[in-house]
Design a protein around this ligand. Structure first.
Ligand SMILES: [Cu+2]
Length: 68
């Protein structure tokens, strides 16, 4: 099990957290997603070895900025 923490700009409320969580959970290989708009993090637990850029692209598609 592999956990990745993304620093994400643009999440302003609980609605953003839910939106991010629901969207990322549809990605194959994603086990669990915890988004936190207060500290601007999205913690993703993977159950297979997928490319991090898939998650980053999805976050950007949703309109959020992912900081490296
Ligand atoms: Cu929001």
């Amino acid at each position: 099990m592999n956990e990745i923490i993304f620093n994400v700009e643009g999440m302003m409320c609980n609605g953003c957290e839910n939106r991010v969580q629901n969207a990322l959970q549809t990605i194959d290989g994603v086990e669990k997603v915890v988004a936190n708009h207060v500290d601007g993090t999205v913690t993703v637990t993977l159950n297979s070895d997928i490319d991090k850029s898939i998650i980053k692209d999805k976050l950007e598609d949703l309109g959020y900025e992912v900081k490296e």
